[in-house]
Each structure stands twice: as C-alpha cells, then as structure tokens.
Write a protein that binds this ligand. Structure first.
Ligand code: SF4
Ligand code: SF4
Ligand code: SF4
Length: 162
C-alpha cells in the first residue's frame, strides 16, 4: 500500500535553486510535497530502468523526472513496484504539471490546418473550435505528455510544479 501523509516521519527536500527549471516528476503522486519527502533519490534508481517509454531521467540534483521531449507516459504502472519507498499510488494515474498551448506558435491558431496533437490524446482532452483553434481541457488532461513531441510547432509545453 502506498504511503499517506500521516506516514511522514522524515522530510527530504530537493536541492533546487530559484533558477532551476521546474521539471515534471513521476506519475502516481498527486501531491508534489509527498514526492519531495519520499523520493530519496535511492542509489539504484530502479524507476529509470523499468520505464517502458524510457522517459524517466535523472536531473542534475539526482532527482527523477519525465522527459516528454522523448515520449509520453502510458501509465503502465511499471515504476510503482520497484520503488523501495512505496509511495507511488496506482489509484492516482495522473502527473502533476501545468500544460500550456501557445496560440502564437500553434499552426492551427495561425490558419494552417493541423490536427497533430489531437490524435495521440486518448483522453480526448484536445478539442477544436471549428477547424482551427485547438484548446486543452485541463479537467480531462492527465499531463501524459504524448501531444508535446508530435506538435510540429513546438507549441505545447508541460511545466512541473516547484
Ligand atoms: S507509468 Fe510506465 S511509462 Fe509512465 S513513467 Fe512509469 S514506467 Fe514510465
Ligand atoms: S525508485 Fe523511488 S526513491 Fe528511487 S529514485 Fe525512483 S522514485 Fe525515487
Ligand atoms: S498531455 Fe493532456 S492534452 Fe496532451 S495528450 Fe496527454 S491528456 Fe491529451
């Protein structure tokens, strides 16, 4: 069973400076403060090796993050079991982050037809107003990251929550 807030006895904080980019952390944790407390940056980092998408990478502070420039997260659950800290929760298939679609960069918003981001979104979180003007429904979006790499205009980003 995954740990809860009441299990917290020790606290751990990342060595993040003010200028450190906010990276997207692992799925199955709906509270970044829990991730900061429980991810001990363990020596073997088995989460990295088991990820079927090979998107779990280690940042300069030794903390795992999701590299959405490579691929998206399938929510395959594989990173949960090998984590020695037992805090990732399979009942929380979500990723903490803030997704943004830059309408200044987006081809569709600038009158060139493009549906590249819509097809990979299995959560149907991207809808178009007419044939142009895509919008992301943040209520439906899981921050899986699959729409980022396919966007030819590099118009979609997901920032982690510091
Ligand atoms: S759920 Fe699967 S694809 Fe997603 S980060 Fe974990 S191991 Fe990788
Ligand atoms: S396996 Fe768990 S404790 Fe180890 S680096 Fe990955 S998330 Fe952190
Ligand atoms: S990040 Fe959100 S909008 Fe993009 S493919 Fe995943 S669910 Fe859809």
């Amino acid at each position: 069973m995954a740990k809860s807030r009441r299990d917290i006895f020790t606290s751990f904080s990342f060595t993040q400076g003010e200028d450190v980019e906010a990276k997207v952390r692992l799925p199955y944790c709906d509270d970044l403060s829990l991730f900061q407390k429980y991810c001990t940056q363990c020596t073997d980092k088995p989460c990295v090796d088991v990820c079927e998408q090979e998107i779990i990478k280690i940042d300069d502070s030794g903390v795992p993050y999701l590299a959405f420039d490579l691929q998206g997260c399938t929510f395959c659950d594989d990173c949960i079991e090998p984590c020695p800290e037992d805090f990732l929760d399979a009942t929380l298939p979500t990723i903490q982050g803030k997704i943004e679609l830059n309408i200044l960069k987006c081809f569709s918003w600038n009158q060139t037809m493009c549906f590249s981001c819509k097809d990979p979104c299995i959560d149907d979180a991207i809808s178009f107003i007419g044939l142009f003007r895509p919008k992301i429904d943040e209520e439906k979006c899981t921050n899986c990251g699959f729409c980022l790499k396919v966007c030819p205009a590099d118009a979609i980003t997901i920032k982690g929550l510091l």
